[in-house]
Design a protein. Structure first.
Length: 430
């Protein structure tokens, strides 16, 4: 959930590369079913780039091959138009389609099992009221025999909990509302919980110590959402979390990668009460692990003083001066709600640097929301910086201004560079 979960860096100042997009954000959904569909971010997975909403076709990479999201409009031939309410419930909660075949758990039915009956009925009514789109579903790219689906029934027996959400009588109504959303409809654990040997969330019952400790998918690391003060939300206030989910920004952080889409499509449309409930629940989670104490201000200042003196002897420092300092400043503090701070940033300090590597290579764009209509962007630098330069740069950032995190290696950069889409011809001519 941050760069400071879904923003870092030519010899010219980075500011010259930043594009500003002023566009009106879509209004908040009015009807209950639409709000619930937004809370579940259904449109993100069930809409292909340039495709019609909810008609499916989005390619999703898995360790065994690509799968494609399905058409969930009420088209009778290619969508869910023939689904009864009970059919819909079985698919959403149990991962079993109307014809009896098992759905891949990329569809987060392991979280949706917690959706209550009232909300499930509202969702069904909403989807059945959409305009039908006739679009056939795409076959998977998973080779035989891995494409055989019956083993998914075994997977469900082993990994899919049948426990619906039960309020905790010892907690407040606000906490229980936040737990219901985070554990269920918002399915935060799908990205923010590490995966096990069967590609299952390591804490499907939301009680194991791995719950919301962070997870890595397709070259991006969804960060720790526990009270970890080093790489989690320990230094975030509840209001920081509300602001982030509503606008994609806080004083020190900007949403990037997949989280930018989540904010734009989903969380900005939640009510203030629901956002506050989510924040209250997340702030109640104990730290995932003990971490080092915050660096004293004298050590925070050491990097700034060295850069002010033109001392770029530390590997990565010169790359930072040439590419990053114009926006993130010599003191690593950035500019509030515009360019995120790098000093003490939980995304920078994460044990897994995948998101930092990916944002430098690919670039990113802040979400456009009703509360923040200017979507600032940074370009990707895969074309400009080699693997060692990126590794040195990020190691410098992860250990500058009092930060303390493991170094980034050229091999890590090389691995993630292979996932970067090729640039258009016009960009390659730079």
């Amino acid at each position: 959930m941050t760069i400071g979960w879904k923003t870092l860096l030519p010899a010219l100042p980075l500011a010259l590369w930043v594009s500003t997009v002023c566009a009106a954000a879509s209004p908040s959904p009015a009807e209950p079913g639409a709000r619930l569909a937004a809370a579940g971010d259904c449109i993100a997975c069930h809409t292909a780039p340039g495709g019609k909403p909810f008609a499916g076709g989005l390619k999703m990479t898995t360790p065994v091959g690509a799968i494609y999201s399905t058409n969930i409009t009420p088209d009778k031939a290619t969508g869910i138009g023939e689904y009864s309410y009970d059919d819909f419930v079985k698919a959403v909660r149990e991962g079993v389609a109307k014809d009896g075949h098992n759905l891949y758990p990329a569809m987060p039915y392991t979280s949706f099992i917690k959706i209550n009956d009232e909300d499930m009925r509202a969702l069904y009514d909403y989807f059945m009221g959409l305009k039908p789109v006739h679009q056939k579903n795409h076959d998977t790219d998973i080779p035989w025999p891995l494409s055989i689906r019956w083993p998914l029934a075994v997977w469900n027996m082993v990994f899919h909990s049948d426990k619906t959400f039960k309020p905790d009588a010892g907690k407040s109504a606000q906490w229980n509302r936040g737990a219901y959303l985070v554990q269920g409809l918002a399915h935060c654990g799908t990205c923010h919980t590490p995966r096990g040997i069967g590609f299952q969330e390591k804490a499907l019952d939301q009680t194991a110590s791995a719950w919301l400790n962070g997870g890595t998918l397709e070259g991006w690391h969804a960060p720790d959402l526990t009270g970890n003060p080093h790489a989690g939300l320990g230094n975030w206030t509840q209001q920081d979390i509300v602001d982030f989910l509503k606008s994609g920004r806080t004083k020190n952080a900007v949403a990037f990668g997949a989280m930018a889409d989540v904010v734009a499509n989903s969380t900005q449309h939640l009510s203030d009460d629901d956002l506050s409930a989510i924040a209250a629940y997340l702030k109640s989670l104990p730290p995932s692990k003990k971490t080092a104490e915050e660096a004293p201000e004298t050590r925070r200042d050491a990097t700034t003083q060295a850069l002010l003196k033109g001392d770029v002897s530390t590997p990565g420092a010169e790359v930072y001066m040439d590419n990053c300092a114009a926006c993130h400043r010599l003191d690593g503090r950035g500019y509030a709600r515009t360019f995120p701070t790098l000093a003490g940033n939980s995304a920078v300090l994460s044990d897994d640097p995948s998101s930092l590597i990916s944002i430098v290579l690919r670039g990113g764009k802040a979400p456009v929301t009703q509360d923040a209509v200017t979507g600032l962007a940074m370009p990707g630098f895969a074309w400009r910086l080699d693997d060692k330069q990126v590794a040195d740069l990020l190691t410098f950032i992860r250990n500058g201004w009092g930060n303390r995190a493991a170094p980034v290696t050229p091999d890590q950069v090389k691995e993630l560079r292979s996932l970067v889409p090729p640039e258009p011809e016009a960009a390659q001519s730079r």
